[in-house]
Design a protein around this ligand. Structure first.
Ligand SMILES: C[S@@+](CC[C@H](N)C(=O)[O-])C[C@H]1O[C@@H](n2cnc3c(N)ncnc32)[C@H](O)[C@@H]1O
Length: 268
């Protein structure tokens, strides 16, 4: 499928993305232009809509732009983290099962992994439905480069776009599904990103969200408060659901294990 992006310069101008960019076994380098002529670099298949380093407003967002964080993130941290946060044996396969069950990726449909890091969710969607198209979006080039390496190794063809979730380069009602794993807690303007997600999701689309909520235990809260200094935020279940409702989503399903909250959201 060829993809159409929205120019950040003019919200009516489209940027046509050829399908071959998602074929990661063939490196693609060059530029893409919008109908208005503004140009965007494509480096090793990664489409750079941002073009500049984002403003780092927290330690968490800063460290995501380190090569070392990107390289060790998935194997050393991500695949083990839910066992720690749920307080039970929670292998990545269990998380993927829920992701696929609630998202139900379909042939010919288009899915977005927001704040994808190494695109663990995006790759899982593609593995479950080869005939779906997947876009991984992150503002960290280092994370996207690592995601690209992992996707090519898995023989997963997908698009990678470097952009800010606060200004998604997509036209309204583009996606059949959106997935977001752990990113909500790291966003500086979560309401803005959620309302962008609502804008680009189709009316019958689905939004799979995994995020961390406030701990019930005093020592957990203390730890979470100290993490707040680094830019990681936590909400209670009710506060999270209020955030989702305000952005135009209703909660269709929700499971909480320890401080991990999985939600299936639909446009309200
Ligand atoms: C906790 S990690 C996400 C992990 C990933 N979704 C997963 O399931 O493994 C958060 C990611 O969101 C990205 N991020 C944070 N704020 C962002 C923003 N405003 N726009 C785009 N990406 C953002 C960071 O660069 C980082 O890669």
């Amino acid at each position: 499928m060829s993809l159409e992006l929205k120019s950040p310069e003019n919200e009516r101008a489209a940027i046509q993305v050829p399908e071959e960019i998602s074929n990661l076994s063939t490196p693609f380098n060059g530029t893409l232009s919008s109908q208005d002529g503004d140009e965007y670099d494509v480096k090793n298949n990664i489409i750079d809509i941002l073009g500049k380093q984002p403003h780092f407003s927290s330690v968490a967002s800063y460290t995501n732009h380190w090569k070392l964080t990107a390289t060790i993130y998935e194997e050393i941290w991500r695949k083990r983290s839910l066992t720690l946060f749920t307080g039970e044996d929670f292998p990545i396969e269990k998380e993927h099962e829920l992701l696929i069950e609630w998202t139900e990726p379909k042939e010919g449909c288009l899915y977005l992994d927001v704040g994808c890091s190494t695109a663990l969710y995006g790759r899982a969607l593609k593995a479950a439905q080869q005939k779906a198209d997947i876009i991984g979006l992150d503002f960290s080039m280092q994370m996207l480069e690592e995601a690209r390496i992992k996707a090519e190794a898995d023989e997963t063809n997908m698009f990678f776009v470097r952009a800010d979730g606060k200004h998604m380069p997509f036209f309204s009602k583009t996606f059949d599904g959106i997935v977001m794993g752990g990113t909500l807690n790291e966003l500086t303007e979560e309401a803005r990103v959620l309302s962008e997600a609502r804008r680009v999701l189709k009316e019958n689309g689905v939004f799979f969200m995994m995020h961390l909520i406030k701990s019930d235990a005093w020592y957990g809260r203390l730890l979470q408060e100290s993490m707040g200094i680094g830019g990681i935020k936590f909400w209670t279940k009710n506060e999270s659901n209020k955030l989702f409702n305000q952005a135009g989503f209703k909660v269709e399903k929700q499971i909480i294990r320890g401080i991990v909250c999985f939600s299936k959201l639909k446009p309200s």
